[in-house]
Ligand binder design. Structure first.
Ligand SMILES: [Zn+2]
Length: 610
């Protein structure tokens, strides 16, 4: 059960794992984690974007075709500016909308570039994919779907006017909130870490993969006062269904509300991860919205007091547009045949014929934005357009490290679902039908997965491209330059049936109290050594006793709570006196006294006592 929670994200890992070469010694351990943090200029700002007049709602095709004229929750846009002028400052904007079309992003990016000198690669707008927000233009062909049929008639004039007026106001507000964040910049401490939230469920396959990671970026004044927290979670904003005809922001707006209520004066920003195939579970009621919002806020609170990794430099952004091929562009005869289809496919064929009739061509590719922000060479934030399915997150984290990657979907443009090779092959809504809703001629060609992952790889900081050990292999540990010894998991042997090296975390999944990790170290100098252990554990499994022994000497210590299986922590376990020469270490649970999962273990470090 624990193992499922821990591993469910990566259940596809084996199929997707790349061929890594084992290169001992190339891997840098995060010594910098304990270095003194330095400040980064940061500014946060928030703006209400709740429509001030009745407007059609976005998100579900099966909705009333009248305008929503009341508000369940206010919705907002937030901005986070990082870096001083002259440091290529960046702007991260989150917005409570079903999607952000590139034409709006472009207007904001052009404005920031022209007026503030901000590089377009340093601007990201991330939509929350709430299905309770207003329409901002025809992202998805749902406005023509009325009472179970598709219609060619224009929207009622008042509805058209409201959508266009709202879109214009929204664009101005996004510019305003960005400028406010830039103007608010002052020295701050920035740190990041990740936990988990567990309400996302794969909506295509029961028990299928989801990314339960909950990364946060914490922004505080130098005195520690919380100023802002940027949070990411991979789950659709679909807790409430199409029968809710009031403007709302779903679990995202509720999480904003709870976090900000618990931390007065702080601004919460939330973006979605690769949530294309993840729905909240349970869903359907306002209580569910409150429950999910609280789960996010509770886990954010745990992380705010966890051992986070300081980020001592503002992000450096790189961006690339790539062309994603559709599997097929139907010719006129095929489109004519498709019009007989009474579903969205037939309606989309009529739209395509209209394009042809106007002298336009049906595009065979989609221009797609990929962005990577390098935070101090410690964390890379990948911003992908569209409704990205979970396989991308799994693959990127597999290739570049779950411990150092943050993936935002719905970023800068939401042109359609971004299915993976697997999902394209399987078909269904995310793989095929949704493409017609999004006005695309066909499903994507399967190679789009490699094109996107390769583009992200090209933009990735070079330190992240070092090949990662795919398996653990015992080797004699030698002294580090600082005199310490790093008993890392990938250089350990194992005993026990269930212990498993997790390459994406560079750690052991320790699934059974009978499991052991074994190291051989060449200790050059006899003496006392402090023992530090880097591990993660769920709150439920925390508190177990483990031992590190050699010969008949034994050090005993207990695990503290870290917050989640994804939240690693370094703890001093005690002090050992070591002899010179080759020493065989055995790490395990206190024998016979413990059962179940003990921890996920990344490393034991032996530091000579001066
Ligand atoms: Zn969606």
């Amino acid at each position: 059960m624990i193992a499922l929670t821990r591993k469910s994200v990566y259940s596809l890992c084996i199929a997707l794992t790349f061929a890594a070469v084992f290169l001992p010694g190339k891997f840098s351990f995060s010594q910098e984690k304990i270095n003194k943090p330095s400040t980064v200029d940061a500014g946060v700002a928030s703006i209400d974007i709740t429509p001030g007049f009745p407007i059609r709602m976005a998100g579900y095709a099966a909705r009333l075709s009248t305008e929503a004229d009341s508000v369940l929750q206010p919705i907002s846009a937030k901005a986070l500016a990082l870096g001083r002028d002259g440091q290529h400052p960046s702007l991260l904007i989150t917005v409570d909308l079903v999607g952000i079309p590139w034409r709006i992003t472009k207007e904001v990016v052009d404005f920031l570039s022209k007026e503030k000198g901000i590089d377009p690669a340093q601007v990201a707008i991330c939509a929350s994919h709430t299905h309770g927000g207003p329409e901002v233009g025809n992202l998805i062909n749902i406005l023509q779907y009325r009472n179970g049929n598709f219609t060619d008639s224009l929207l009622a004039l008042s509805q058209l006017i409201h959508i266009t007026q709202y879109t214009e106001q929204l664009t101005q507000k996004l510019k305003d909130v960005a400028v406010a964040a830039l103007n608010n910049r002052k020295p701050a401490l920035v740190a990041w870490g990740q936990g988990q939230a567990l309400f996302a469920a794969n909506r295509r396959t029961k028990g299928g993969p989801v990314d339960v990671a909950l990364p946060i970026l914490k922004i505080t004044d130098p005195d520690g006062t919380l100023r802002g927290v940027f949070v990411n979670y991979a789950c659709h904003g679909t807790t409430l269904g199409g029968d809710m005809h009031k403007i709302h922001g779903d679990w995202i707006a509720e999480a904003h509300r709870v976090i900000e209520a618990r931390h007065p004066g702080a601004t919460a920003l939330i973006a979605l991860g690769c949530a294309g195939d993840a729905n909240p579970s349970p869903r359907g009621t306002l209580e569910n919205v409150q429950q999910h919002g609280k789960e996010i806020a509770d886990n954010v609170d745990k992380l705010l007091t966890a051992q986070l990794q300081p980020l001592n430099a503002p992000p450096v952004g790189k961006m690339k547009w790539i062309r994603l091929p559709f599997s097929k562009v139907p010719d006129v005869n095929e489109l004519i045949a498709q019009t007989k289809d009474e579903s969205i496919k037939g309606y989309n064929a009529r739209l395509a014929l209209e394009r042809v009739e106007r002298g336009e061509t049906i595009p065979s590719t989609l221009d797609y934005p990929v962005q990577v922000w390098n935070f101090d060479n410690k964390m890379a934030m990948v911003n992908l357009g569209g409704e990205v399915v979970v396989d991308y997150s799994i693959r990127l984290k597999d290739e570049y490290g779950a411990e150092q990657l943050w993936v935002n979907g719905y970023s800068n443009d939401v042109p359609c679902y971004i299915a993976s090779r697997r999902v394209i092959k399987e078909g269904g809504y995310e793989g095929e039908t949704s493409m017609y809703w999004y006005n695309k001629p066909s499903p994507f060609a399967p190679e789009v997965e490699d094109l996107i992952v390769n583009a992200a790889g090209e933009l990735m900081p070079s330190a992240f491209k070092e090949e990662r050990p795919a398996v653990n292999r015992q080797e004699t540990i030698q002294k580090e330059a600082d005199g310490s010894y790093r008993l890392v998991s990938w250089l350990a042997g194992t005993a026990g049936e269930r212990i498993k090296y997790m390459p994406e975390w560079k750690a052991f999944g320790w699934f059974d109290a009978k499991d052991q990790a074994l190291w051989k170290a060449n200790i050059e100098k006899a003496g006392k050594y402090d023992v530090y252990i880097e591990y993660s554990v769920s709150d439920k499994e925390a508190g177990k006793t483990f031992t590190l022994q050699y010969g008949n000497k034994k050090l005993k210590a207990q695990t503290d709570k870290t917050g989640s299986w994804f939240t690693y922590k370094t703890k001093k376990a005690g002090t050992l006196r070591l002899p010179a020469g080759t020493v065989d270490f055995v790490l395990g649970a206190d024998s016979g006294k413990e059962s179940g999962s003990v921890f996920d273990l990344r490393e034991v470090r032996l530091v000579p006592v001066k």
